[in-house]
Design a protein around this ligand. Sequence first.
Ligand SMILES: C[S@@+](CC[C@H](N)C(=O)[O-])C[C@H]1O[C@@H](n2cnc3c(N)ncnc32)[C@H](O)[C@@H]1O
Length: 265
Amino acid sequence: MPFEELKARHSVVWGTGPYERVSATIADLQDDLVTRLEPAPGLRWLDSATGTGETAKRAARAGADVVGLDIAPALIDTARREAADEGLEIQYDVGDSEALPYGDASFDAISSSCGVMFAPDHDAVARELTRVCRPGGRIGLACWRPDSTLAEIFRIQADFQPAPPPPGIGSPFDWGREEHVTELLEDGFDLEFHSLESLLVMPAAEDAWELFSTSYGPTKTLADSLDEGPREELRRRFVELHARYDDGSGVRMPRTYLLTLGTRR
Ligand SMILES: C[S@@+](CC[C@H](N)C(=O)[O-])C[C@H]1O[C@@H](n2cnc3c(N)ncnc32)[C@H](O)[C@@H]1O
């Protein structure tokens, strides 16, 4: 079953580097997402595909009762350690956004910051979001758009990958299209959409390569798998993309995303 094979791979790939370094570069997106979902003491909150838990921590700091779930055990280890260091009580679970280990209507608020978009079975993700959100509860999903610079990075990477994904696997960036998300979620939620931008700020384009090739699972795994020639070519194209956004004082690269807000009927 291609979905299961891909997810087994994801659980390793995403955990190969210190992903928290990359997550720190979307702090603006995480702040905005959590603020819009209005965390409050006692609110039952799920952060699905939480990674190292940065969005979950924001909700917990505001008093919500937070559960964070991710498929990559190594990232959940980091999330648990960081929450403990900060004295935050967050339940972190290793699990699959396509088959959540929680009862129906368990949560008042559900967030995902560039997270569930990477699970291969979009219908299953939508079904589970709908199932575990209580009537009147809210969801907030921040997902990179197909025309974003993040999608461009994945297109560059695809040129170096041995085989395209198996048929039937949806593109993660479809979650950045209003029509696709409407199709997935309109039966269960009243939806609204916002087109927003997160800014990547780096001293230089080379620093973006250093960050992604050591700390962003998909880029690191690909770079580590390549021989010297193709690896150097991947580095060159990655740096060239980021250098386009350097006006001489450093990289300021906009990354557009679709924020979906929904209220469960
Ligand atoms: C780009 S990271 C985003 C992490 C985090 N939400 C953040 O704000 O930094 C994508 C995350 O999705 C997780 N993921 C991918 N497929 C998943 C699945 N089927 N179930 C749960 N998590 C998944 C990965 O392990 C990774 O942590």
